[in-house]
Design a protein around this ligand. Structure first.
Ligand SMILES: NC(=O)c1ccc[n+]([C@@H]2O[C@H](COP(=O)([O-])OP(=O)(O)OC[C@H]3O[C@@H](n4cnc5c(N)ncnc54)[C@H](OP(=O)(O)O)[C@@H]3O)[C@@H](O)[C@H]2O)c1
Length: 232
């Protein structure tokens, strides 16, 4: 199996990549920060891994990820974990338009571009599995998080629509919705849940890797993966 992982330079994406590597899955890793992406690649020693720095809002980058996957494992089962994302919070009336656009761009438009590249590559091979890392904000509205909630709810709609369109052609899409997870995403936020109550990135990465390597016939359309004490 070969898997493309976005957001692989940090947090949930990096943990999912490391867990997939432990299960023998070859990897194509994407993130913006080339240095941190290289560190993530070193975590995945033992399997074939290529790291490509780039932005998921660039169609050239998302296309290239799947060209590399085709070169690396031309006849392998193809999977993708799309975990790239940003989160901003604060008083919505003070929300700079640039933050709004950045959130929609990374979390929604970027996800669309990733899915389009992945599905095109998967159809050529007769199918594949995409795990889109959404958030519990995809189904719950939090205050002071308008751009994040809007982008994540849009991303869930996108995932559901693509699942409906492509499942008959053996492309499985899973909307994976974690509750609060201890990653850099929370750094510098005015408020965050107690770290002790959060999931660890490693735990969430393992749960995602379980889904990717599963050879069950049924499709796991949507998963809510919550900390034991609740969402936040
Ligand atoms: N942490 C939580 O509590 C939580 C809960 C639910 C859902 N999620 C979701 O899980 C996903 C991963 O978040 P995380 O907690 O792991 O955060 P993180 O540690 O901040 O990681 C975010 C990752 O996304 C990448 N990224 C951001 N914008 C990008 C862009 N435009 N193009 C390419 N890569 C981009 C970052 O790359 P660089 O660092 O290289 O720039 C980084 O690898 C996000 O979609 C987030 O919404 C997180």
């Amino acid at each position: 199996m070969i898997c493309v992982v976005t957001g692989a330079s940090s947090g949930i994406g990096r943990a999912a990549a490391s867990s997939l590597a432990q299960r023998g899955v070859s990897l194509v890793l994407s993130g913006r920060d080339a240095g941190r992406l290289d560190d993530a690649r070193n975590l995945c020693a033992g399997v074939e891994t290529v790291a490509l720095a780039g932005d998921v809002t660039s169609p050239a980058h998302t296309e290239r990820l799947f060209e590399i996957a085709a070169e690396l494992g031309p006849s392998d089962k193809l999977a993708a974990v799309f975990a790239a994302g940003v989160a901003h919070s604060g008083d919505t009336l003070q929300l700079p338009e640039q933050i709004w656009h950045e959130s929609i761009s990374a979390n929604l438009t970027g996800l669309f571009l990733c899915c389009r590249s992945a599905i095109s590559a998967m159809l050529v091979r007769g199918g594949g599995h995409i795990v889109n890392v959404m958030s519990i904000a995809s189904i719950t509205a939090f205050p002071q998080s308008a751009a994040y909630v809007a982008s994540k709810q849009g991303a869930l709609g996108l995932t559901r629509s693509l699942a409906a369109e492509f499942r008959a052609r053996s492309v499985q899409l899973t909307a994976f919705m974690p509750g609060s997870t201890d990653t850099e995403l929370w750094e510098g936020k005015a408020w965050s849940p107690p770290k002790d109550n959060m999931l660890s990135a490693a735990d969430v990465g393992d749960a995602i890797a379980d889904l990717v390597v599963s050879d069950r016939k049924g499709y796991m359309d949507e998963v809510h993966y919550m900390p034991p004490k609740g969402i936040l």
